[in-house]
Design a binder for this molecule. Structure first.
Ligand code: HMG
Ligand code: MG
Length: 298
């Protein structure tokens, strides 16, 4: 069995950036990530442009990348039926619905309570499955909520189970604020795994407190083999103030390759892409494994 990486840079990575990139740069980014060997790349979000203007252009982006690399999977975020219809029209083969283990966060993020969000997603999931479109589910705030503090495992378990029962093939466990540590992840998985098997789970760890790689190692040792990451460690959520980027894809690839996983991914090409997108965003390039790889090449 191999481990899987879901690259979320073009969505999570860019949604919180002050600078809005044009469609062509986003398409180039996705194509470079595919060229480095990544097979699953979240291409954008069909959300309200008033809520997240950075995600404008999702239709054109999805149409173009599907033509460039049809072998890749390009999930897109969908918050409601309007987003689903637009994603389907653009050719989406996979969508992701997103809720949270905290009512306050869900309310701030998508203007719904957890229960309302599930009711909103049920017809979306049914319409997707009827059209052979796969559905992934995100549960944010699995360790901590920016408005309610630390999360109890039972809050996470209830939402995960509801999403699996509704038809999601995988649940991505989002440590939105990056305040979770190995201790939180272990406690959560000890309670969650008897109910939802590891092959239906993915880890989505923001690295605000530098805990993401440790959290991934813990989840990996407990049997979770799918992880979300973001090129150059970009990212954050407009509704999680102070939260920084996801684990850098470069660091995740370095870790997973040491276990013999993901050997088809070219770390040098990833690091070059990470440096390029950081320069494009006028940010310093900080992904540690990326910097070390580039230094070793020079
Ligand atoms: P609302 O205001 O309740 O929606 O927002 P509404 O239905 O009342 O519509 C308001 C306006 O938005 C209308 O336009 C709609 O047409 C439009 P108006 O008549 O005012 O001109 N609208 C849309 N436009 C385009 N696409 C759509 C859409 N839906 C409505 N799909 C809504 C509710 C969910 C729409 C809004 O809150 C929203 O778009 N939120 C998105 C928030 C978001 O993208 N957050 C970041 C992603 S989640 C995340 O980062 C966490 C994650 O990474 C995991 C982790 O780290 O934990 C996944
Ligand atoms: Mg996120």
């Amino acid at each position: 069995m191999d481990a899987a990486i879901i690259e979320v840079g073009p969505r999570d990575g860019l949604q919180n950036e002050k600078q809005q990139l044009n469609t062509q740069i986003k398409v180039n980014l996705i194509n470079r990530l595919a060229d480095a060997g990544l097979l699953k790349i979240e291409a954008g979000a069909f959300v309200s442009p008033k809520a997240v203007p950075q995600m404008k252009g999702a239709t054109e982006i999805l149409e173009q990348v599907l033509l460039s690399n049809p072998q890749c999977h390009y999930p897109v975020l969908v918050p409601n039926m309007k987003g689903f219809e637009a994603a389907q029209a653009a050719g989406a083969r996979e969508i992701a619905v997103f809720t949270a283990a905290s009512n306050s966060f869900t309310k701030a993020n998508i203007n719904a309570t957890i229960d309302e969000s599930i009711e909103r997603f049920k017809p979306v999931i049914q319409a997707a499955l009827k059209n052979n479109i796969k559905v992934r589910g995100y549960v944010s705030c699995i360790a901590h909520c920016p408005y309610e503090g630390f999360t109890q495992p039972q809050q996470v378990i209830d939402v995960c189970k509801t999403l699996v029962d509704a038809g999601c093939y995988q649940i991505s466990l989002g440590d939105t604020t990056g305040r979770g540590t190995s201790k939180h992840i272990k406690l959560l998985l000890q309670e969650l795994l008897p109910i939802i098997p590891a092959d239906l789970l993915a880890g989505h760890f923001h690295d605000t407190y530098g805990q993401a790689i440790a959290n991934i190692s813990t989840a990996l040792e407990m049997g979770v083999c799918s992880f979300d990451s973001s090129i150059a460690g970009l990212g954050g959520c407009p509704y999680a103030p102070g939260a920084s980027g996801n684990v850098a894809t470069e660091d995740l690839v370095y870790l997973l390759q040491s276990y013999g996983y993901c050997n088809e991914i070219n770390l040098t090409k990833l690091a070059e892409t990470g440096r390029w997108i950081s320069e494009t965003l006028n940010r310093p390039y900080t992904a540690k494994a990326g910097l070390a790889t580039l230094a070793a090449c020079s």
